[in-house]
Design a protein around this ligand. Structure first.
Ligand code: OAD
Length: 231
């Protein structure tokens, strides 16, 4: 086995204290997606949207990676082949654990983006709609996260990684949001083995050849240990 491609979702950060979206009491039970995670919502009420992401940025800044993040960093450091993490998460916990090959397909809370000219810079802890873009001076600063109705980042690179994968592993994601929910099928059609590691079967569980269910902090380190022992 030469290449492992791993998709992560909110479930891997749940035990670091960051809420998931669709579990009971999750973010989407308390906020309307249309209000806080769409370009239209931002156009209607930028202060509400900035406030939502400011709160998440402050919470993420206080969070520490858990055993699952650390295990993936160990896998990247010790596995003889390539390990690539594609994350839907906007926190920085994979990097905080030491992972280096991390692709943020839904952007990151650490980044600011000018909605007017596309310039990117480091987000301050609290963003406000009045913040001017340092490049074009327009008051059009937004979090550099991907909203519903927008194209996720790095998609060409990601499809290529999936086509090159010998093993595709999905961790802590419910399988509700495309295109990430199509990655298992894409990798499988290109010849990869597929494994789901999640608290419960995801909505696209049948796209995986194998599955293990449990807490990420337990099942991810176990799986990493097995892969490294086999290699
Ligand atoms: P979800 O909240 O939809 O799903 C989280 C998954 O993690 C569920 O299947 C849970 O069962 C599982 N889970 C919860 N706790 C866990 C634990 N301790 N260990 C292992 N698994 C656990 O989150 P995502 O699938 O990441 O996009 O959501 C995908 C996208 O939808 C997000 O990136 C975000 C959201 O709307 C945008 O905002 C564009």
């Amino acid at each position: 086995m030469r290449k492992i491609v791993i998709l992560t979702g909110a479930g891997i950060s749940a035990e670091s204290g960051l809420g998931t979206f669709r579990d009971e009491g999750g973010l989407w039970a308390r906020h309307r997606i249309e209000d806080v995670a769409t370009p239209e919502g931002f156009a209607r009420d930028p202060a509400l949207v900035q406030g939502f992401y400011n709160a998440r940025r402050m919470q993420a800044a206080k969070a520490a990676p858990n055993a699952a993040h650390h295990a993936l960093a160990r896998l990247e450091a010790e596995f003889a082949g390539a390990v690539v993490i594609v994350t839907q998460n906007v926190d920085g916990l994979h990097e905080a654990a030491g992972s280096r090959a991390v692709i943020h397909m839904h952007g990151t809370l650490a980044g600011a983006l000018c909605a007017d000219c596309g310039h990117r810079w480091d987000a301050p802890p609290e963003m406000s709609p009045a913040h001017a873009c340092p490049a074009c001076a327009m008051p059009a600063a937004r979090p550099d996260v991907v909203w519903f109705g927008e194209m996720p980042y790095f998609m060409e690179e990601i499809w290529t990684h999936l086509e090159e994968a010998d093993l595709f592993v999905s961790i802590g994601t419910s399988g509700n949001v495309y295109p990430a929910a199509a990655f298992a099928q894409h990798a499988m059609r290109a010849g990869a083995d597929t494994l789901e590691l999640n608290l419960e079967p995801s909505v696209n569980a049948r796209d995986f050849a194998q599955a293990r269910h449990g807490k990420a902090s337990e099942i991810v380190p176990q799986w990493v240990q097995e892969i490294l022992a086999r290699a």
